[in-house]
Design a protein around this ligand. Structure first.
Ligand SMILES: C[S@@+](CC[C@H](N)C(=O)[O-])C[C@H]1O[C@@H](n2cnc3c(N)ncnc32)[C@H](O)[C@@H]1O
Length: 250
């Protein structure tokens, strides 16, 4: 197995592929106003195995197109959608987020948890906007500084990993400059990182190494995950995922 296949194999066994929780998804949803009785057309971009897709489908009268580049994740989402009786509401689409076959004004809501960074926040906002109706909503979670200044070590780390990292005011400015009216912002609590993401992946380190016979590549993947977790535990006061909810006004 190459690095990509190993990474998919590592991440497909947990409920989430990034920090988040059902409470966070519902909290974000709470900022969105929609007409009583309307059937909502939603895209969930970079859905992974679809923890948030299932939550949206459970609570909304909706048709959801759940997009991810990797069919291994979508297969799991399809199985779970069937298991929870939500198959009629969810259609999966194996596509890259920068090459979507959507039409202008197609969606009422575009949702994306922990994935827009792959295109870059600003690029994603600009590109996905065209698929949203006027009055439709973007709901995005994105790595965000939670303080105005921070230790050089964590600043340097994130500037290297993702130069677009910014404070919430910076992200909100991008939304405003692109014709959106921000209606809500909050950042994810520690439990969404630890209990829902890091603990489950830590619990499978040993099994993963055994399964892949302690290969060098498997060990490198685990070391990189450990490094990420250690950074979070040392510097969690300075960053989190921000959740941004914004209405398209023009
Ligand atoms: C950090 S995970 C978040 C997954 C899920 N939204 C969650 O919060 O659990 C990012 C997701 O983006 C997907 N992805 C990576 N590159 C992509 C691309 N070019 N187009 C669409 N999805 C992509 C990955 O497969 C992964 O499922």
């Amino acid at each position: 197995m190459g690095e990509f296949e190993l990474l998919i194999d590592f991440h497909k066994n947990t409920e989430r592929q990034g920090p988040g929780s059902e409470d966070d998804t519902l909290k974000a949803l709470n900022f969105i106003e929609f007409d009583e009785g309307a059937k909502l057309n939603i895209a969930d971009i970079g859905c992974g195995t679809g923890a948030q897709t299932l939550t949206l489908a459970k609570y909304l009268d909706s048709r959801i197109t759940a997009v991810d580049l990797f069919p291994e994740f979508l297969d799991i989402l399809n199985l779970n959608a069937k298991k929870y009786g939500l198959k009629d509401k969810i259609t999966t689409l194996e596509k890259s987020m920068d090459d979507l076959p959507f039409s202008k004004d197609q969606f009422d809501i575009i949702w994306s948890e922990g994935a827009i960074y792959i295109m870059g926040f600003e690029e994603g906002v600009k590109k996905w906007k065209e698929y949203l109706k006027i009055g439709g909503y973007l709901a995005l979670s994105e790595i965000t500084w939670t303080t105005n200044s921070r230790p050089a070590e964590i600043e340097d780390h994130w500037k290297k990993e993702y130069p677009e990292i910014d404070t919430a005011s910076g992200k909100i400015r991008v939304l405003e400059e692109n014709g959106f009216s921000p209606v809500g912002y909050f950042y994810l609590p520690e439990s969404s990182w630890e209990k829902n993401y890091y603990k489950p992946i830590e619990n499978q380190f040993e099994d993963f190494l055994t399964k892949h016979k302690n290969s060098k590549l498997a060990q490198e993947i685990i070391e990189a995950e450990k490094e990420e977790i250690s950074m979070y535990r040392r510097f969690k006061d300075y960053y989190s995922y921000g959740f941004y909810i914004a209405r398209k006004v023009k």
